[in-house]
Design a binder for this molecule. Sequence first.
Ligand code: CA
Length: 225
Amino acid sequence: MKLLLIEDELSLHELITGALGKEGHIVESAYNCASALDKLSAYYYDCILLDINLPDGSGLTILEHLKRSSSKANIIIISARDSLDDKVQGLELGADDYLAKPFHISELSARIRSVVRRSQNAGNMTWSAGNVSIEDVTNRLFIGGKEVSLLKKEFDILKYFIMRPGHVVDKSVLAEAIWGDHIDQSDDFQFVYAQMKNLRKKLTEAGADIEIKSVYGFGYKLILP
Ligand code: CA
């Protein structure tokens, strides 16, 4: 899972990033409201860990922003302010859970799993964009109602974009999400270009009405019909 930790305590970043990284999660960091909002406007996260007391404002403003933008990300508030007000207000604003500091990492990890599982069970099991849809559990792909098969990496790339319509995806972020963290040691992205070329060709041949466009200097973006 890809997580965003919004928190100004550096020691907590080290602890959480290290522990959740070992469990196979990718943890991105933001240390204040401004950088968190920047990241949230550019990237998708499966789960957001949100501190309330931030140096440039309240984490509740980030919650309001996410609610306005109808974000599907799961949100867990992690706050030292153990006041009932914050908790109630946070949950009213759409947070999925609340964990008071200090907490054990194993507790945080369990809450993340539970929040994500809950949202997957309650959520729509089909991801769609234009005439393209993917069944979440079976990973079957349909274009214009007909089942289409792709190679594994092509499928993973397509699913990644369908889950993030309209987001500009940096090619290094895409590479890390599909091929794994070790990929940042690679100095060119020829393998991304090659897979993308094959995927686009297959989408066109199958009559897809969506398009994965290059965004010059950044990466790619899924364009809806
Ligand atoms: Ca804080």
